[in-house]
Design a protein around this ligand. Structure first.
Ligand SMILES: *[C@@H]1O[C@H](CO)[C@@H](O)[C@H](O)[C@H]1NC(C)=O
Ligand SMILES: *[C@@H]1O[C@H](CO)[C@@H](O)[C@H](O)[C@H]1NC(C)=O
Ligand SMILES: *[C@@H]1O[C@H](CO)[C@@H](O)[C@H](O)[C@H]1NC(C)=O
Ligand SMILES: *[C@@H]1O[C@H](CO)[C@@H](O)[C@H](O)[C@H]1NC(C)=O
Ligand SMILES: *[C@@H]1O[C@H](CO)[C@@H](O)[C@H](O)[C@H]1NC(C)=O
Ligand SMILES: *[C@@H]1O[C@H](CO)[C@@H](O)[C@H](O)[C@H]1NC(C)=O
Ligand SMILES: *[C@@H]1O[C@H](CO)[C@@H](O)[C@H](O)[C@H]1NC(C)=O
Ligand SMILES: *[C@@H]1O[C@H](CO)[C@@H](O)[C@H](O)[C@H]1NC(C)=O
Ligand SMILES: *[C@@H]1O[C@H](CO)[C@@H](O)[C@H](O)[C@H]1NC(C)=O
Length: 496
């Protein structure tokens, strides 16, 4: 069929264009009841998937798909939030209650940072706290922002405080690196903020700890002249977790975790680079990591998990894995418990990503992995087998900083939506997790308030349910989202 004599290069370009177009042409759902247009979450799963919903703050080059999005284990959308760039969309505990948290703001600030706020929503999606941060920050462009919380960390502690990351652009003498003495660097800070009052209760700046975190140990390359708008980014803090005695911080450009005492001094360094840091162990091999968390910490022992990118933009080392280590604090050694990857689907995630234990308390718990710059999520069982694999966009076109699987029971403060088109009624309730069927009520009079006669019921089918309206002569209908026979909420009345 290729009988036309095209130069080989042209044929290759055409083929390349077609395959790129296919991959970029990701399917989106659309609905009659509202403007939601979530990208399809394509799923494969086997038995052994844990219950819970999948939380993905999707960033897509198609702005329609850029939103905090919740899917269920079948890939049905449950909730799509506002169209904003967002991070760390997940369930956390605050004052003993489940809350929904996410960051939104200006993403893509030089070096992969951002400036924004953290939103905390209750089980009705009402925003109950908005966390902001202001301090004496200097930015790369001299512009001021109304809040300086960075994209990377927004972790609620057991003390109802939140740990947030931030950056400051500051001048530093880099003459010992052969750079100007008035060079600019990005320093990483983190703050612990009391959620009820938005008051800062702890502040930590990496640059104050050069004794234990020397700039010479950074693995990040440096321009010959680091200026304010393109400063050197030596640390790149991307996770902060509270510990028994302080904090643990992930620094991507040191390929390391730093354990900090309560006063902020460095207690130890665990490096993925053999020969660096305070631990030994053949298996302690990881690089450019994200999301360092610890579990079951005692004075002698802890379990440490991380997302091992093993690749950085334009630096390819090996396949990305999600790792769990057993750390012995008496012998200062580490050994491997898990090194998770999908044997049928090698992923190389240059940036972002995370790993969560779905239930910290049970030995058989599954682990959920978000692949960051590569639009996949995977769930592994405790044997390291893939039990769920999902893809939410085209490669190179969609991503999500972190993805989570959480239990979430929500009843929105807004009403269900209903519309009638061509004798069919369509019903949905964005964000609602608790209803399982719909009941339709009608009014024969022109009085809206008379829409009390039951017409029929229909089981919930995915995000939007439809049914045909029987010919009752109804003037108005309204629908009720129900759990069994219990009405949770009525829609507004709709004219037939
Ligand atoms: C940022 O750096 C500037 C210049 O070094 C300094 O004056 C300012 O206090 C720093 N801001 C924070 C929040 O540490
Ligand atoms: C920021 O402001 C200072 C002081 O006015 C100026 O010297 C510097 O060039 C400005 N930097 C940028 C990136 O605009
Ligand atoms: C919680 O706050 C109390 C009182 O300020 C403090 O003693 C404790 O160390 C804090 N716990 C954590 C995990 O930060
Ligand atoms: C920068 O540091 C070098 C030592 O590394 C020192 O000799 C020099 O005086 C410093 N320059 C300035 C401007 O402080
Ligand atoms: C983890 O798995 C990856 C991919 O299979 C492999 O390249 C790497 O060597 C493993 N790391 C360790 C410490 O076993
Ligand atoms: C990576 O390589 C691409 C293409 O070669 C280039 O456009 C991009 O700027 C590089 N990125 C970095 C971070 O060096
Ligand atoms: C924590 O300890 C419990 C009890 O020994 C165990 O079942 C669980 O798997 C441990 N969690 C992790 C993440 O290792
Ligand atoms: C699901 O499995 C099919 C067949 O093996 C594969 O082609 C597809 O990429 C998988 N999808 C995901 C999201 O893993
Ligand atoms: C009505 O819902 C069914 C699923 O129950 C679906 O297959 C069908 O496409 C929907 N019809 C319309 C017109 O949306």
């Amino acid at each position: 069929m290729w009988s036309v004599h095209l130069p080989v290069g042209v044929i290759l370009i055409l083929l390349g264009w077609f395959s790129a177009a296919t991959e970029a042409n990701w399917p989106y759902a659309s609905f009659k009841t509202g403007p939601w247009q979530p990208p399809q979450l394509q799923l494969n799963k086997t038995a052994g998937v844990d219950p819970g919903l999948i939380f993905i703050p999707i960033r897509n080059e198609n702005s329609l798909g850029t939103a905090v999005t919740i899917y269920d284990n079948n890939g049905e959308m449950i909730y799509q939030g506002p169209e904003v760039a967002s991070m760390n969309f997940r369930v956390q505990k605050l004052f003993g209650e489940d809350v929904l948290t996410y960051w939104s703001g200006e993403a893509g600030v030089y070096g992969g940072y951002g400036y924004g706020k953290v939103h905390i929503l209750d089980k009705t999606y009402q925003e109950i706290h908005t966390i902001t941060l202001t301090d004496n920050f200097v930015t790369g462009d001299n512009e001021t922002r109304d809040s300086y919380i960075d994209v990377h960390e927004h972790f609620i502690t057991d003390n109802n405080t939140i740990l947030v990351s931030a950056i400051n652009i500051t001048q530093h003498n880099l003459s010992s690196f052969g750079r100007p003495s008035d060079s600019w660097i990005t320093t990483n800070l983190f703050y612990e903020i009391d959620i009820a009052t938005n008051e800062v209760i702890f502040k930590w700046n990496a640059l104050d700890h050069q004794d234990k975190i020397p700039l010479s140990k950074s693995r990040q390359w440096m321009y010959t002249n680091p200026i304010q708008a393109m400063s050197w980014d030596p640390y790149h803090t991307n996770s902060i977790t509270p510990t028994k005695d302080g904090y643990i911080v992930s620094m991507r450009f040191y390929c390391s975790a730093f354990y900090l005492n309560k006063d902020g001094t460095v207690r130890w360094q665990l490096s993925g680079n053999i020969g660096d840091g305070d631990f030994t162990g053949e298996d302690l091999r990881f690089s450019w990591q994200h999301d360092i968390r610890i579990y079951n910490e005692t004075d002698k022992h802890l379990v440490l998990s991380l997302f091992n990118n093993a690749k950085k933009q334009n630096i390819s080392q090996s396949e990305t894995t999600a790792m769990v280590f057993d750390i012995d604090l008496t012998t200062m050694t580490g050994s491997l418990l898990h090194n998770l990857s999908d044997p049928t689907n090698a992923i190389y995630a240059g940036t972002q990503g995370n790993l969560e234990f779905l239930d910290k308390e049970t030995a058989t718990s599954n682990m959920f992995v978000g692949y960051g710059s590569v639009p996949y999520v995977k769930e592994y069982n405790s044997k390291g087998e893939v039990v769920l694999s999902g893809k939410f966009g085209a490669l190179e076109h969609a991503m999500s900083y972190r993805a989570f699987k959480n239990k979430w029971e929500a009843t929105p403060f807004w009403n269900p939506a209903a519309v009638i088109k061509d004798g069919i009624i369509y019903m949905s309730w964005n964000g609602a997790t608790e209803y399982d069927n719909w009941a339709v009520y009608y009014s024969l009079s022109s009085l809206v308030s008379d829409a009390t006669h039951p017409m029929s019921t229909h089981p919930r089918t995915g995000f939007e349910t439809n049914m045909s309206i029987s010919d009752t002569g109804a003037k108005f209908v309204k629908v009720a989202a129900r759990k069994g026979e219990t009405i949770l909420r009525f829609s507004d009345p709709v004219e037939v």
